[in-house]
Design a protein around this ligand. Sequence first.
Ligand SMILES: Cc1cc2nc3c(=O)[nH]c(=O)nc-3n(C[C@H](O)[C@H](O)[C@H](O)COP(=O)(O)OP(=O)(O)OC[C@H]3O[C@@H](n4cnc5c(N)ncnc54)[C@H](O)[C@@H]3O)c2cc1C
Length: 370
Amino acid sequence: MAEFVIVGGGVYGMATAWHLARAGAEVSVLERKAIASGASGGPGRRGVRANGRDHRELPLMRAAFPLWESLHEILQCDGLFERTGNLRLTRREQDVPAARAQAAMQNRAGIETHVLDARQLRALEPHVEAATLGAIFCPGDGASDHTRTTRAYAAAAGRAGARIREAVEVVEIIDDDARATGIRTAAGEVVEAARGVIVLSNWSVGDLLGPRAAFPVWSEAFQVLLSRPLADMPVRHVVGHASRTLSLKPEAGNRLMISGGHRGHYDRESHVGTALPDAIAANVAEAVATYPTLAGIEIETADAGHLESVSLDQIPVIDRAPGCENLWFATGWCGHGWAIAPVVADLLARFVIEGLRPDLLAPFALSRFA
Ligand SMILES: Cc1cc2nc3c(=O)[nH]c(=O)nc-3n(C[C@H](O)[C@H](O)[C@H](O)COP(=O)(O)OP(=O)(O)OC[C@H]3O[C@@H](n4cnc5c(N)ncnc54)[C@H](O)[C@@H]3O)c2cc1C
């Protein structure tokens, strides 16, 4: 018997377990495979980016930045976050007004953002394609080693007393009179939860909640490419694009990470994801168009094995299940759930302990789909 059972050993499960355990709660985490084997793991790094984000997530990013800057001290682990700055490039006239509006909104939300013209951009990124009109620039953005960070949260949660079990699949949430009382595993074991159950299993949240909470969330396998080492790295910042499905990150060993939202194929039976040749070619072509000196770049790793949940309105759903006062969940991260994780996990733990939804989580309530 634990006070709280958490389903899922990704960044959300581990960070929430750490916050609850630090607050003195007895926590048990059940993970079907291994810590950081889902979207919180895999090759490359994750962008810690306010730039281009939905306005409802900007207050979370503002709160997240100080946490990212100090996370290595808090979790006693180096190499978690690097501040690199993030550029969102614009190459079409029609995208300029939206870029300016986004920059103004970000500044109003307390996120330092600069509108750069072509000359200012080229001073920061001299190898960018000549047709690029400019960019919006967030100097506070960066990149994070997601696997290392998730494991660092797991280690900290363990030190704080959380019990973490891997290779345990949860197949059912047990409830009684509008209260969750525990979970059942695939092996038939019942793990009781005296105070509540928190479902943080990303793509399987909807399956586990079933009819308790129906919402428009599904899952997709986003593609990540890592190049072979480059003789010269033309990309100096984390770079996104207003009109291309493209994100670029300089990585260790002079490798370039190319991603941005192309999808692979994911087999839900075998849980094997495959990057598709057409999507790989399209992503590389966009990278080369944006940085012409990348012509001839060779791909060393093509991954689509890390399933992510996606919601209809492109922001997550973080809530208590209707009609069940002690069952919480979070999902629908839409490929940008990483950067906000340290602050959302903290807020979620407060929601669970105090029973009241923190104001910053209000935009993510399930009732918005009602
Ligand atoms: C390729 C890719 C690139 C991304 N890039 C960025 C980025 O640049 N910036 C950004 O902010 N975000 C990014 N994201 C999003 C971010 O990584 C995710 O939103 C975040 O990691 C989700 O964390 P999680 O803990 O909810 O899910 P996960 O890490 O998927 O963890 C869920 C865990 O639950 C387990 N599980 C599932 N079902 C069960 C069950 N029935 N029983 C027990 N355990 C179960 C899984 O095995 C998994 O380990 C990206 C995501 C992907 C996939």
